[in-house]
Ligand binder design. Structure first.
Ligand code: MLT
Length: 229
């Protein structure tokens, strides 16, 4: 049976993949990411999760920061990656302005904790008309992140390299999924990745923002199921 290794984004936990457990016919591995220093360290952590379970290869499914980890894993451990699902993510590094924003968030998290980060990110995660319970679920997930993880993830994201050059040599089946209303990694990022990766399939999910898998689980899971078969 194929394994999908799900890697979550920031400031989030593995709880955001709960609805993906409904995808049948595959083994799901959904670790919670700890505070680590770099995307390479996160890739080593991800491989360690496979090693723990005696799994040789997996489809790496990364949401946003999880996608940045997928690129690091592909660079360091290509023999362990049998497929890619790139969800609301991008291959490029941060701009100078982006890095400045990360530092401001680190300062805020150091002084005030996770709450202001969660409140600033929440409006970008979901479209404005989602049911209040869904919004509260995502807020709760963000608030359950440790300050250490939030700060470490911000540092690791700011320092990540540009992965554009590796896209044309990606030799595994690749699915790129994006919410049509994602303000963090807009559809143009996914279009660019999908056109640079040989034979990649692009699925745009209507009425979804950054957490397309949380906001539209039926459409998202259908895209993954079709990709798997
Ligand atoms: C994420 O969802 O992992 C982050 O928003 C990605 C980022 O800030 O670059």
């Amino acid at each position: 049976m194929n394994t999908i290794l799900w890697l979550h984004g920031f400031p989030l936990t593995n709880a955001i993949f709960a609805k993906q457990l409904a995808i049948t016919g595959v083994e799901h591995v959904m670790p919670e990411l700890p505070p680590l220093e770099s995307m390479d360290d996160y890739a080593r952590f991800a491989i360690g999760q496979l090693d723990l379970r005696g799994i040789e290869k997996a489809t790496f499914a990364g949401l946003s920061m999880g996608g940045y980890i997928c690129f690091a894993a592909l660079r360091l451990f290509p023999e362990r990656v049998s497929g890619l699902i790139l969800i609301d993510t991008r291959e490029t590094a941060d701009t100078d302005e982006g890095r400045k924003g990360r530092q401001e968030m680190i300062d805020k998290a150091e002084q005030e904790g996770v709450a202001p980060i969660a409140e600033a990110m929440l409006p970008k995660m979901l479209t404005p008309t989602v049911p209040p319970e869904l919004k509260q679920f995502v807020r709760d997930v963000m608030m359950s992140c440790s300050r250490e993880f939030v700060i470490a993830a911000l540092r690791a994201m700011a320092a990540r390299p540009d992965s554009s050059a590796m896209l044309p040599s990606v030799a595994v089946p690749t699915l790129v999924v994006v919410g049509e209303e994602d303000p963090i990694t807009p559809t143009k990022d996914s279009e660019r990745m999908a056109s640079a990766i040989p034979n990649a399939k692009l699925v745009k999910i209507a009425r979804a923002a950054h957490l397309s898998n949380v906001e539209r689980p039926a459409e998202f899971n259908e895209a993954v199921t079709q990709f798997q078969t």
